[in-house]
Design a protein around this ligand. Structure first.
Ligand code: NAD
Ligand code: MG
Length: 388
């Protein structure tokens, strides 16, 4: 029996890597539905290669354009829907077994919760929904029997390192989260950085938003929060180490001194294939690793002075209120403004810090409250950036 897969964010970097893995196993997987944000052309390309039954575009104003474009290429039989609600409905569609959640940003909160509630196998790349949803998301997952598999390479590595660990061993263990350090590792002055420089990641090819987050170390901050909830490790048991080669994808240190790490080439198809195949391993997607060829692996402490957002993420977690949502939303708007050339790179830091200082948000008790807080912070951050 083939497994029916739905890919949210199918036109993005993770979405396309997923389509590549899935296309190698036609006897195992078929693509049921795909969703994209606002661009018609890449969504049509995805439909041409994956031949889904349904295609959703989050920007509802593009539905007619998408329908016409699909007809033109002979795919008029694909059902087209539009709007954010339609994206979430795909996530709990009874005709799909697996949801790959690769939307970027907090726009992913509602679809992640929809897939979690429906008790699907959920391949979660959208870290922002864990950062925003945290405890509530994990409760939802436990109650529904959802099979949550982390796609983020570090969390996929930790998942593999923890396989077989007893409750007691887990309780005494520490997570060692590796960070590449991004394109500006070693620099202590980050003035004058352009968007092109920030998105040019030395090891990974990714979407623009996460590339900027990697350059600012915010990505690692978001990943600390993600690890806290996915694995139920208190923040004090999550340590970040910079590892520029991006070969060790993360590690777990046990009480007896043993450190279990997961290694591989920097290719997202490995964690995607692992999560699709789990508990089996699918063969041959990514390049095999030759340790002798690599020769040397290096590690260093992160420079939290030059890159203050990593500590800001720990602080937001410690506040144990809505601060992680504020952190995430302010960062999304600041990164957008930076990519549009409206603010400088280091203005991302001051914007996020400023919003954290000015908004004291209680812990949201429901998905609607999370989305409401996210929207309010976005609006306030936009206001702040407009009056600068
Ligand atoms: P991307 O920008 O390449 O793709 C984002 C996708 O989301 C696109 O298909 C876009 O059309 C879609 N999208 C945007 N807004 C949407 C909306 N409102 N509703 C539905 N779809 C929408 O991003 P990416 O690099 O593929 O990252 C996706 C997610 O995976 C992010 O949360 C990122 O942090 C995470 N992630 C990415 C990588 C990577 O290697 N790219 C690694 C780890 C985690
Ligand atoms: Mg990662």
């Amino acid at each position: 029996m083939t497994q029916s897969i739905t890919i949210l964010g199918a036109t993005g970097s993770i979405g396309r890597s997923t389509l590549d893995v899935v296309s190698r196993y036609p006897e195992r997987f078929s693509v049921h539905a795909v969703a994209g944000g606002s661009r018609v052309e890449p969504l049509v390309d995805v439909c041409l290669s994956a031949r889904p039954k349904r295609a959703v575009i989050a920007d509802a104003s593009k539905v007619v354009e998408l329908e016409q474009a699909l007809c033109t290429v002979g795919l008029g039989d694909i059902e087209v829907l539009g709007g954010p609600e339609a994206v979430s409905r795909l996530a709990d569609d009874p005709d799909t077994d697996v949801v790959v959640q690769a939307v970027v940003g907090a726009a992913g909160v509602a679809p992640t919760f929809a897939a979690a509630r429906a008790g699907k196998r959920l391949l979660l790349a959208n870290k922002e929904s864990v950062v925003c949803g945290g405890r509530l998301l994990m409760e939802t997952v436990r109650n529904s029997g959802c099979e949550l598999l982390p796609v983020d390479s570090e969390h996929n590595a930790i998942f593999q390192c923890l396989a077989g660990a007893t409750e007691k061993a887990r309780a005494g263990a520490r997570i060692v989260l590796t960070a590449s350090g991004g394109p500006f590792r070693g620099r202590t002055n980050l003035e004058g950085i352009t968007p092109e420089q920030a998105v040019a990641h030395p090891k990974w090819s990714m979407g623009r938003k996460i590339s900027v987050d990697s350059a600012s170390l915010m990505n690692k901050g978001l990943e600390v929060i993600e690890a806290r909830w996915l694995f139920d490790f208190e923040p004090g048991r999550i340590k970040v180490v910079v590892h520029p080669e991006s070969i060790v994808h993360s590690a777990v240190e046990f009480e007896d001194g043993a450190v279990i790490a997961q290694l591989g080439s920097a290719d997202m198809r490995t964690p995607i294939a692992y999560s699709l195949g789990w508990p089996e391993r699918l063969d041959g997607c990514a390049k095999r690793l030759s340790l002798a060829e690599i020769g040397r692996l290096t590690f260093e402490e992160p420079d939290t002075k030059t890159f203050p957002l990593l500590q800001a993420a720990y602080d937001a977690l410690a506040a144990d209120n809505g601060a992680t949502i504020v952190l995430n939303a302010a960062n999304e708007i600041a990164v957008e403004a930076f990519l549009e050339g409206r603010i400088g790179f280091t203005d991302i830091f001051s914007t996020v810090r400023g919003m954290l200082e000015s908004i004291l948000a209680p812990l949201p008790g429901s998905v609607d409250e999370i989305i409401e807080l996210d929207r309010a912070v976005r609006a306030k951050t936009r206001e702040r950036l407009a009056v600068r």
